[in-house]
Design a binder for this molecule. Structure first.
Ligand SMILES: Nc1nc2c(ncn2[C@@H]2O[C@H](COP(=O)(O)OP(=O)(O)O)[C@@H](O)[C@H]2O)c(=O)[nH]1
Ligand SMILES: [Mg+2]
Length: 273
């Protein structure tokens, strides 16, 4: 794994920061923690410095206790905990905010995304000349390992979304993504935003690139989403994102008013009416 080639790199938050922060949102995933963390470590241990940031979204199972035990054992693992459940988007936001690297990789905490795909996404980020403005690299699950109902509903939802948002992304629902921390934190923040990250990236002038990745059956535990609730919430969110797309605000500042010498010279003022 190469360090990101940053032409517009933000200063690291603190000296010795890792190059990459892997952010994993979890809700009641106690049994899936250790196997996935071990897989992330195996995928990334050859490359430059990284950290893993788990976000426990108020889990009611053994997730917080196990995370505390694992963090004591593994120096690269940190964790953030919400007092109560706030949703997957809020968990991703808290993880990215807590991250110390300027480059973020996200993946689901149930084992459906394969950590071995992370280096592939990082290589593509580098190949695209990635910097703090992007691009966002998005996993595309070519062969879904989900129930038939979920596969069909997801295909319809992806088709409708791609048609209405024109976000150049065949599969926004894949948890596996790589993007600059600064670009993410500059996005509008709302519940369920994690399903619309490519559209939000493009809204602020960034690029998105999809890369085919693997997909696996869930480790243990159950899905946190039903088909019908996702469909209804999805329609409301889609309208909201369409509105956001029509109201971008990205002024290109040529003079921030701090350097008085860079002002254009002004001639004498005319007092004529
Ligand atoms: N933090 C947080 N994570 C969630 C929430 N719902 C789902 N997740 C996590 O998001 C990931 C994807 O959820 P999952 O239930 O596997 O969705 P599915 O693959 O679409 O069935 C998993 O890591 C879940 O633990 C939530 O409300 N809060
Ligand atoms: Mg899943």
């Amino acid at each position: 794994m190469a360090a990101p080639q940053t032409k517009n790199a933000a200063p690291s938050p603190s000296p010795g920061s890792p190059v990459l922060s892997v952010v994993v949102p979890v809700l009641d995933e106690a049994e899936n923690l250790r196997p996935l963390i071990e897989e992330i470590a195996a995928a990334l241990d050859e490359g430059p410095d990284y950290e893993i940031v788990y976000v426990d979204d108020g889990s009611g199972d053994g997730t917080p206790d196990r995370l505390a035990d694992l963090a004591a054992e593994l120096p690269r693992l940190r964790w953030v905990r919400h007092r109560t459940r706030c949703g997957q988007s809020a968990a991703i936001w808290s993880g990215v905010e807590a991250a110390r690297a300027s480059l973020i990789a996200t993946l689901d905490g149930d084992g459906q995304n394969d950590p071995a795909d992370i280096p592939k996404l990082l290589a593509r980020f580098d190949a695209e000349g990635g910097d703090n403005d992007g691009p966002m690299i998005v996993g595309e699950r070519a062969k879904r390992r989900d129930t038939r109902l979920k596969r069909i509903s997801s295909r319809i939802a992806n088709g409708v979304r791609a048609g209405l948002l024109a976000d150049q992304t065949p599969d926004t629902g894949c948890g596996l993504k790589v993007f600059p921390r600064a670009a993410f934190l500059a996005m509008p923040r709302f519940d369920h935003m994690h399903r619309f990250l490519p559209a939000l990236m493009m809204r602020s002038g960034g690029r998105v690139v999809s890369v085919v990745v693997g997909h696996r059956p869930r480790g243990t535990g159950t899905s946190k989403y039903g088909v019908l609730d996702r469909l209804w919430i999805g329609i409301v969110d889609l309208l909201g994102v369409m509105w956001l797309q029509r109201r971008p605000m990205t002024p290109d500042i040529v003079d921030d008013g701090k350097d008085k010498t860079s002002r254009p010279a002004q001639g004498p003022r005319s007092h004529a009416p």
